[in-house]
Design a binder for this molecule. Sequence first.
Ligand SMILES: [Zn+2]
Length: 84
Amino acid sequence: MEMAIILIIILLIPVFYVYTLSKNTEDVEYIKDEKKCPKCNSEDITIFSTRNGCSGTETIDFKCNECEYKNVFTINSGNASCGI
Ligand SMILES: [Zn+2]
């Protein structure tokens, strides 16, 4: 019986992870395309974008000044070169 519960938890973790990840991708696409908050559609937003060295990823720090929604997204900007 306990085994079944553990098994359910083990199966739920990746589902939750994938769901959170795809939701984040949706939000960051919306922010990039619309330049609006994905929660309240306010245009009063603050975005900090930081490139992470040579890894080709970019960190987007998003904050909405209207509803206080905050999130940090790590996106793949596709260019994984060091500029050599
Ligand atoms: Zn908002």
